[in-house]
Design a protein around this ligand. Structure first.
Ligand code: NAD
Length: 498
């Protein structure tokens, strides 16, 4: 753990295998459950980004030329070291995000460790086409090479998981990394880098620079000496990151916002759909890009669904994240809570009916009660825009065509779910809903072996799974002449007189 407030400002950055002396403002990391500072950091600047990129660049050739088994060994050791330190990781994650200890201890931290273990194995499974004579005169082979220096920028909602999703496939592929976590939640990313060093990751392979988006984030995304920019965060910022990377023609991968539909057909198990809708709407206080935000429900089930969701939401325990009986903690900041509540407060003027919630408990942190808005108009802001709070909107549909039309009536395409006992309806929904993940009779679970990533305003490219390894690799074709001929057969196309 770093020094707490009252002591010397702690390093915000990890460069070239050690804590770095950075040159930015001091910054307090706040516990959103109490509004109090956990620690004070000395932020990075654009000059510190230069140092981190230089360290990653210098470490690149050595790490890229390590064998898959050498990389796998370090990453497997990292998973073991994280396991030993999992209580500390849980404590840091809860303190900086305010998420309930059950969520951090049963989802964030073990999920992150599982992802590290997955990529330790994946490092040894690089894929390509068979080496062969695709032309009679040549042998062709494929080389999969590390993309180079990766700049990655992550959000505050699942800080450790988002860091692991970006950093691990990069390291497994042989890339070196500079990561900028959100300045609101940098602690577990800094700990990840420290534990990686303990696991034997060479100096400079993983670097962390904590700073604000508009200076350090911009400097990193637009850095001329990185090769690939990967980002998880909002759609607005993702597009700025893409524009900054485009100046140098850098490859990008973007995981952006979402506005997931949850479609309940008239043959669904309505109790399962109610329970599932609330769980998927309030997880992490709704600060989840795949959270259920638009329930689209068969007219026959609509009233029962609205009443049932309202009842379950009223039973949710909002409070102290350290109490194992707490269901949801606070939102990340006072500013974010003000934004969530202002969107909810404007909903009635746009036709929405507040069934429950839309209020804050009398607690010191930035808490907000689970909220259900029924009868919302398709044009309403609460229905169309990402709120990123524990807020579910609900609308009825008339028939299956209408249900799928409404599900797809969004600029986003990250996740969706369909609730039905009819296998043909389930297949149609999974075929026709435009989203990177469609759950059937569930909503939220993820698994390291399967990809996560969206379409449209939700971005492009994949995190997790072997597909994400592809993001960090280049494909090189090596074509070798096997004829030894100076006068090659194909030269007849060029030299008319031969
Ligand atoms: P954000 O876009 O505000 O910030 C994300 C990161 O970008 C932070 O580190 C921030 O400091 C940095 N940043 C801000 N401005 C920047 C700039 N101009 N240039 C470079 N970097 C900049 O997002 P947030 O509020 O931290 O997180 C919430 C958002 O993240 C939501 O929209 C959510 O849907 C999205 N998210 C998406 C996924 C996914 O996998 N698709 C996962 C988690 C979160």
């Amino acid at each position: 753990m770093f020094d707490s407030v009252g002591g010397v400002s702690a390093p915000s950055s990890w460069i070239n295998g050690r804590p770095a002396v950075t040159h930015g403002d001091t910054h307090r990391v706040i516990n959103p459950a109490t509004g109090e500072a956990i620690t004070e950091l000395n932020l990075a600047t654009a000059a510190d980004v230069d140092a981190a990129v230089a360290a990653a660049r210098a470490a690149g050739p050595g790490w890229a030329s390590s064998t898959p088994v050498e990389r796998a060994t370090v990453l497997a050791k990292l998973a073991a070291v994280m396991t030993v330190n999992s209580d500390a990781l849980v404590a840091e994650e809860v303190a900086q995000t305010g998420k309930p200890v059950r969520l951090a201890a049963e989802f964030d931290v073990p999920g992150s460790i599982d992802n590290v273990e997955f990529f330790a194995g994946a490092a040894r499974h690089l894929e390509g086409k068979a080496t062969a004579e695709y032309s009679a005169d040549h042998t062709s082979s494929i080389r999969r090479e590390a993309a180079g220096v990766v700049a990655t920028i992550t959000p505050w909602n699942y800080p450790l998981q988002m860091a692991v999703w970006k950093v691990l496939p990069a390291l497994a592929a042989g890339c070196t990394v500079v990561i900028k976590p959100s300045e609101l939640t940098p602690l577990t990313t800094l700990t990840l880098a420290r534990l990686a060093a303990e696991a034997g990751l060479p100096d400079g392979v993983l670097n962390v620079v904590t700073g604000r988006g508009d200076d350090v984030g911009t400097a990193l995304a637009g850095h001329p000496d990185v090769d690939l920019v990967t980002f998880t965060g909002s759609t607005t910022v993702g597009r700025k990151v893409m524009a900054a990377a485009a100046v140098h023609g850098h490859r990008t991968q973007l995981e952006l916002g979402g506005k997931a539909p949850l479609v309940v057909f008239d043959d669904a198990d309505v109790d399962a759909a109610i329970q599932g809708a609330v769980a998927a709407a309030i997880i992490n206080s709704g600060q989840d890009c795949t959270a259920a935000t638009r329930a689209i429900v068969a007219r026959d089930l609509y009233d029962d669904f609205v009443a049932g969701v309202g009842e379950v939401m009223r039973s949710v325990v909002v409070g102290d994240p350290l109490d194992p009986t707490t269901d949801i903690g606070p939102l990340i900041s006072a500013a974010h809570r003000a934004r969530v509540s202002s969107i909810v407060n404007r909903a009635p003027a746009q036709g929405g009916r507040i069934v429950t919630g839309a209020s804050t408990p009398d607690l010191p942190g930035y808490f907000y009660r689970p909220t259900l808005i029924a009868d919302v108009a398709e044009t309403a802001e609460a229905y169309r825009d990402e709120i990123f709070g524990p807020v579910l909107t609900v609308r009825p549909f008339t028939d299956d065509d209408d249900a799928l039309r409404q599900a797809n009536d969004t600029a986003y395409g990250l996740a969706a779910s369909a609730w039905t006992r009819d296998v043909y309806r389930a297949q149609r929904a999974s075929r026709e809903i435009k989203a990177g993940c469609v759950w059937i009779n569930d909503h939220i679970p993820i698994i390291s072996e399967m990809p996560h990533g969206g379409f449209g305003a939700s971005g492009f490219g994949k995190d997790m799974s072997a597909y994400s390894l592809e993001e960090y690799l280049t494909i090189k074709h090596v074509m070798s002449d096997i004829t030894r001929a100076a006068d090659k057969d194909w030269h007849r196309i060029i030299f008319a007189k031969r």
